[in-house]
Design a protein around this ligand. Sequence first.
Ligand SMILES: [Zn+2]
Length: 266
Amino acid sequence: MKSTISAILASCLLLGVASEARADTCDTVRGTDPGVMTSFWCTQPWIDFYWDAYDFDKGDWDDGFGWEAACDRRRPLARTFQAIQLLNYASPNEALKTNDFNGNILRWGGNYTIREFDELDARCGDGSKRAYTTWGGFDDYTELYIPFFYNENVVERAGTLIHEARHADWCGHSGNDGSNKCPAKSASCDEKYLDGCSGIGSPSGRGAAGYQVLWLWWYAFEADAQHSSSTMKAFARDEANRILNTMFDVNPCFNITSNGSKIITC
Ligand SMILES: [Zn+2]
């Protein structure tokens, strides 16, 4: 683990902002994934399907990021696949086709990410962001950075993918403005839990932070035993509550528990 990561750290520093993936040399790794996710299966047909579904490209995932070893959980690619697996299979009533958007977000969240992402790219980043999505242009893409791969647990990674997919759906952040800035004072804040998009051509309703909370909430409430544990549901609770408590200009006034119950907080 250590040697892989330090090799990844070394490349990014040398190459700076390379135009292609350069995992062999990045920096800042916390590596707290607790080794859950025992159900991660990594078969070639599964990889082939999701490689195409999410528009992965070799040039964005080689050089240490995992193209060479798609099942190696120390690499960014397999750590992304773990999150993709949660998004597509954690529902007790999982969708069997990619055009099935029935039911709740735990059921269709995977299909939403498949539909909205133009391409998923691995990059070192500068350590300040987990991910970044650009949309509305000629070349839309989502970049995932080292903190996404190594500082987030698998449940947080799944939530981040939902968040970025909402941006790829042309929904920009609407918060941290006016006289009621959010507690985090962050450009990643939304105005309200149920109303958080802004920008030309944006959809209405929940924004990226709201989608993220909603997925985490349903995950805590009903994720199946093959794709969750009490530890993983506690991760979902903590991440949802962090967002609820800091990332909205208007306090949503609730938190969730690790079994998906709602607690009124103000
Ligand atoms: Zn965002």
